[in-house]
Design a protein around this ligand. Structure first.
Ligand SMILES: [Ca+2]
Ligand SMILES: [Ca+2]
Length: 258
């Protein structure tokens, strides 16, 4: 349902190590060799600073939960593996201090080898993981967990900025060996509107047969609540009910690329 990505203007932005070469390019006279060496040394220092200030991987969030129901706590963490943490001061809905780039979900099931899951590929499979993501760091990211499909394995939701109206949230589950995959909804990738400034929401909550989801649609001007149940045979969630009825949420969480 939902797709999207960062604005073109933010794509490919990396720690600006390259600019450090420019201070070395200025004109120098023959008598300035000492000054030149000093400036070159300074330039090398500048070159190194961004790689230190923006060193990756960076831990975005971590949580201890019993993922596989064996009574032993496991660990799930999101790491920034490529990119940076910075304050985006441009005037747009995604501005603010953030981690931006490529991320992994590291799952450590007690007694098993850690498993690294490519989060960009999971969230934007249509872009084969090449689409960058960002997570705001104005407040700690607290992943919301629940067993939405009641299979004994813990699930969670994650959201990304998807325009000025809403975020796009997807449902993921963790296998017994630590692999993360997306839960299907009506045969499609999950994708729900949700709060803009949160990256994991309690507005997606487990029910006895599945989960419920609600969010305020600025497009329609009211709150929309949906109920889904898990169909074991189809291995997907199916929509049971929605209020107001017959008003499927419009794709406010659609593309926002400009
Ligand atoms: Ca466990
Ligand atoms: Ca589950």
């Amino acid at each position: 349902m939902a797709s999207g990505g960062l604005r073109d203007g933010t794509r490919g932005q990396q720690p600006a190590a390259g600019y450090a070469a420019r201070p070395c390019a200025g004109p120098f006279g023959r008598g300035d060799e000492e000054l030149k060496r000093l400036l070159v040394d300074l330039a090398v220092g500048v070159l190194l600073i961004p790689s230190v200030a923006c060193a990756v991987p960076m831990l975005v969030t971590t949580a201890s939960r019993d993922v596989n129901g064996d009574g032993k706590l496991d660990r799930i963490a999101i790491w920034l593996t490529e990119g940076r943490r910075y304050d985006d001061t441009e005037l747009w809905g995604g501005a603010g201090e953030k981690y931006e780039g490529r991320f992994v979900v590291l799952v450590e099931i007690t007694g098993k080898m850690p498993v690294t899951n490519d989060l960009n590929r999971l969230f934007y499979p249509e872009y084969e993981g090449k689409e960058p993501m960002f997570f705001r760091c104005s407040k700690p990211l607290e992943m919301q967990f629940a067993d939405y499909n009641h299979d004994g394995l813990l699930d969670f939701n994650l959201g990304q900025y998807a325009g000025t109206a809403a975020g796009c949230f997807r449902l993921f589950t963790v296998s017994r060996d630590g692999r993360v995959s997306e839960l299907s909804v009506d045969g499609q990738p999950s994708g729900f509107g949700g709060p803009l400034r949160t990256h994991s929401t309690s507005l997606i909550a487990a029910t006895r047969e599945g989960f419920t989801h609600s969010y305020y649609s600025r497009m329609i001007g009211t709150e929309i609540r949906s109920w889904y149940r898990w169909d074991k045979d189809k291995i997907m969630f199916v929509l049971v009910k929605q209020e107001p009825p017959d008003r499927r949420p419009e794709p406010e969480v659609g593309t926002y690329r400009r």
